[in-house]
Design a protein around this ligand. Structure first.
Ligand SMILES: Nc1ncnc2c1ncn2[C@@H]1O[C@H](COP(=O)(O)OP(=O)(O)OP(=O)(O)O)[C@@H](O)[C@H]1O
Length: 374
């Protein structure tokens, strides 16, 4: 799939933008703080209805304005799909084919994007919450059911934590209601863990191939999903469900004491190892970078396998973070395959030689000027 064009109205520092993209590589060139990342963010928001940089939608609306409008025509194998998203004070509205979608989860998944920014190195070295967010954002795009289970899980988790706090403060006594919430949480939690395991298994295979190629067969990358559910109970949704139920029963006193839910996919983690050693703790900077790059490139193939089409790739200033070999690997892997948006302060060195006929835009204070093709 690729994004044919984009119209923005009062999004970040873009008052009005109307631009047509290339189906190959689009380069956004410019000094600091001109709006390069804002444009990638706009594409990400058009795809997922939320930003990868902020949880506060207000920040996305141009200062001194009340609403932001994002529109894009998406090209899919089955035809063109107009997408529209309005962000306002009272929330957001999303349209597919000019039809308003009752639920945002019905909208997400039309346009699939993968973003790769320097912060993505934190997928490897950062806190577990970053890896959970990574799994949720990527798998949510591939599976509407995953997204649905996740939103149900989060809602019940909130209720359950509130109730555990009330129990711990002796404001309520009835544990039957806690049991009901635990049951529901176990049901949605089991679905989430099961899907994560399934998709991680596939992602691992793709990532192993890429990693081995980048390191000239010197390194083998492996994934390990870290959860309190023992491996032997991870084989089916039913097993996961029963085990989670048991764990909630066993840990009840502890959870009431702490006033929070200690077990479930919101506490799980993902571990990456290179040649059997945890790369988060023992890996060199280079190994961590290669791991992050392998995982990102693997996502492209996984998304194609799951959805039938390649996603759109957003590369935010990553070239400067990668050495020449890794840059070469990245750019050759995407050539003529994936529509790519790449921000950079300058297009010198490897990139200029490797990118085949890019469409280059100069970004200047929220205005785009297309460069004449070389
Ligand atoms: N809601 C908003 N309304 C208007 N302008 C905004 C808003 N949010 C951010 N900006 C402006 O957008 C600019 C930042 O743009 P962006 O983050 O895209 O930078 P960039 O071109 O990617 O540069 P860098 O290479 O430094 O990351 C800043 O000038 C900032 O003041």
């Amino acid at each position: 799939m690729y994004l044919e064009n984009l119209t923005l109205h009062n999004f970040r520092n873009y008052a009005d933008l109307d631009v047509t993209f290339d189906r190959g590589v689009n380069v956004l060139l410019g000094q600091n703080a001109q709006g390069k990342t804002n444009l990638l963010e706009a594409i990400y928001v058009l795809a997922l209805t939320r930003s990868h940089r902020t949880a506060n939608d207000r920040e996305l609306i141009r200062w001194q304005h009340q609403t932001a409008l994002l529109k894009g025509r998406l090209h899919r194998a089955t035809g063109s799909v107009p997408l529209e998203l309005t962000l306002g004070k009272r929330g957001k509205r999303a349209k597919v084919n000019h039809l308003e979608q009752a639920k945002l989860s019905q909208y997400v998944g039309q346009l699939n994007v993968i973003v790769f920014a320097p912060e993505d190195l934190s997928i490897v070295k950062g806190a577990p919450s970053i890896r959970r967010r990574f799994m949720d954002m990527e798998f949510g795009q591939m599976s509407p059911k995953y997204l649905y289970n996740l939103s149900q899980y989060r809602a019940i988790l909130k209720q359950r934590n509130l109730y555990l706090r009330q129990l711990s403060r002796h404001q309520v006594k009835d544990k039957v209601y806690l049991g009901v919430l635990s049951d529901q949480l176990a049901a949605f939690g089991a679905e989430i863990i099961h899907k994560r395991l399934e998709l991680l298994g596939q992602l691992e295979q793709w990532a192993q191939g890429v990693h081995s190629e980048i390191t000239q067969q010197q390194e083998q990358l492996t994934f390990h999903y870290v959860t309190q559910v023992p491996t032997e109970d991870q084989t089916s949704v039913d097993h996961l469900y029963e085990t989670l139920q048991k764990l909630y029963a066993q840990q009840e006193a502890k959870e009431i004491f702490q006033g929070t839910t200690l077990i479930g996919p919101h506490r799980d983690d993902l571990q990456f190892s290179v040649n059997g050693k945890n790369v988060q703790t023992f890996g060199s900077q280079g190994q961590q970078r290669t791991t992050a790059l392998s995982v990102k490139l693997a996502e492209i193939d996984l998304m194609k396998a799951e959805t039938g089409e390649y996603p759109v790739l957003l590369l935010d200033d990553v070239l400067s973070e990668l050495d020449a070999d890794r840059q070469t690997h990245l750019l050759t892997a995407i050539q003529d395959k994936v529509q790519t948006f790449l921000t950079t302060p300058s297009l010198d060195g490897v990139a200029r030689q490797l990118i085949n006929a890019p469409k280059v835009f100069n970004v200047n204070h929220g205005i785009l000027h297309e460069e004449e093709p070389h």
